[in-house]
Design a protein around this ligand. Structure first.
Ligand code: UDP
Length: 407
């Protein structure tokens, strides 16, 4: 079992001490996180790492997952896509069903906490319970809000305005709102199975298991099978690059409980990859963190060709491993990569193909990008910074007199 002091080697003892001091001020406060899936996707990834550390710091935090059925998750996925700017039809009946499921959860869930920290749109309407249960309510948006569908935005805005505070991942996502807005970007945990150092033997064994030849260049994208991650676009870019350089492509990912589109996307990917023995489409189970870590570490270049991206933990994960990353210049990815310094930002399939060819032909340049990328992640996107931001956020919603030993 990891202890928070194990992190001192990476970040320094004073940072850990500061976290402990901030946590002391939250004594007696009960914090409830609510999202829509326990596994799959970045939100679950972060909460899985964050909760044990908060507990170790003595913060009374818990994590609840709202319950929904297939119809509800089909609607919330359409909402998710629409908020990312995709043209989706969401009728009034869909919105009513969305509210109905939120209402059912209200009836089943204990909402007697000091802070309700609600993640993303799926559980957003739980806020309607605020007048009767009280407490502070924070809405945490992990979505790329650059260009949201107006109808859905207006619908959600009615709920967001009832919260005390809204949290966005990047300045570009902030909206005109009558409530307080806070910017907090996500993070990765350097000591998790997903990111910790691995032995070369372990990495070799994973590549051997899947029959991937480590003597030849390997490009990979790790992502849920989701149209917004553009896996078919990745295959097209790989094919264009392959006209000039030898390489293999790994597309690895699983699904998420709240994402019903995954199987359809996976079928499209398998079709696009057909007849190419150098494309490896790996459908991974939820607990594949060590394998994902190994695949990222053993790849020559990591891609993230998302069409929209709230943050893109996979980019941070690859950069932390000093990998050269080629990613699209969208959403939160732009916080992580400075073009030609800490990675490569592209805008098209052709651009991605061009840079695959360049980086495979110029390994020293590629390596430099990876080294700079790791430094940037180390300085900005590790879990201690995120913990500190969350502790300060929690403290900030209370009046001074509500907080123990404050000021
Ligand atoms: N991930 C995983 N298994 C998979 C695919 C992705 O554990 O099969 C992880 C990935 O390593 C990352 C997170 O899920 O930690 C995805 O977060 P990201 O922000 O990249 O995208 P999201 O899925 O939230 O859109």
């Amino acid at each position: 079992m990891l202890k928070i002091k194990d992190y001192a080697d990476i970040v320094g003892q004073n940072v850990i001490e500061e976290l402990a001091i901030l946590s002391q001020h939250l004594q007696g406060k009960r914090i409830q996180n609510i999202n829509s899936t326990a596994v799959g996707g970045g939100v679950a990834e972060i909460l899985t790492r964050m909760l044990p550390l908060l507990h170790e710091l003595g913060v009374d935090a818990r994590w609840d997952v709202i319950r929904g059925d297939e119809k509800y998750f089909a609607i919330t996925k359409k909402m998710h896509n629409a908020l990312h700017g995709v043209n989706e039809t969401i009728g009034d009946e869909d919105l009513e069903y969305f509210l109905e499921i939120n209402e059912r959860n209200v009836a089943e869930m204990d909402l007697n906490y000091d802070i309700h920290f609600v993640h993303d749109p799926q559980p957003i309407a739980l806020i309607r319970k605020k007048p009767s249960v009280g407490g502070k309510w924070i809405w945490r948006c992990h979505i790329d809000f650059t260009n949201p569908n107006q109808k859905i935005w207006e619908f959600l805005k009615g709920f967001i305005e009832m919260y005390d505070t809204a949290v966005f991942s990047a300045p570009a996502f902030a909206r005109r709102l009558p409530i307080r807005q806070v910017l907090i970007s996500p993070s990765i945990d350097p000591l998790s199975d997903k990111n910790k150092d691995l032995s070369q033997e372990f990495i070799d064994a994973v590549f051997e298991k899947y029959g991937i030849d480590q003597k030849r260049p390997i490009i990979c994208q790790i992502s849920r099978f989701d149209y917004l991650k553009d896996p078919v676009g990745v295959i097209e870019a790989y094919k264009l690059a392959k006209e000039h350089v030898d390489c293999q492509l790994v597309l690895a990912g699983g699904g998420a409980v709240d994402d019903p589109e995954g199987m359809r996307v996976l079928a499209d990917v398998r079709q696009a990859a057909e007849n190419d023995p150098d494309i490896f489409v790996l459908f991974l189970p939820p607990a594949a963190d060590l394998e994902i870590n190994a695949l990222q570490r053993g790849s020559t270049v990591v891609l993230q060709k998302s069409l929209k991206e709230g943050f893109g933990l996979t980019v941070a994960e690859a950069l932390w491993k000093s990998k050269p990353v080629i990613a699209t210049a969208v959403g939160g990815i732009q916080l992580q990569i400075t073009h030609k310094y800490s990675g490569i930002l592209t805008h098209s399939i052709e651009g991605t193909a061009f840079w695959i060819k360049q980086l495979l032909n110029e390994p020293e340049y590629a390596q430099k990008l990876g080294v700079n990328g790791r430094e940037h992640i180390k300085n900005n996107y590790l879990i201690f910074r995120h913990l500190r931001d969350y502790l300060l956020l929690f403290l900030s919603v209370f009046e001074k007199d509500d907080i123990i030993n404050f000021g």
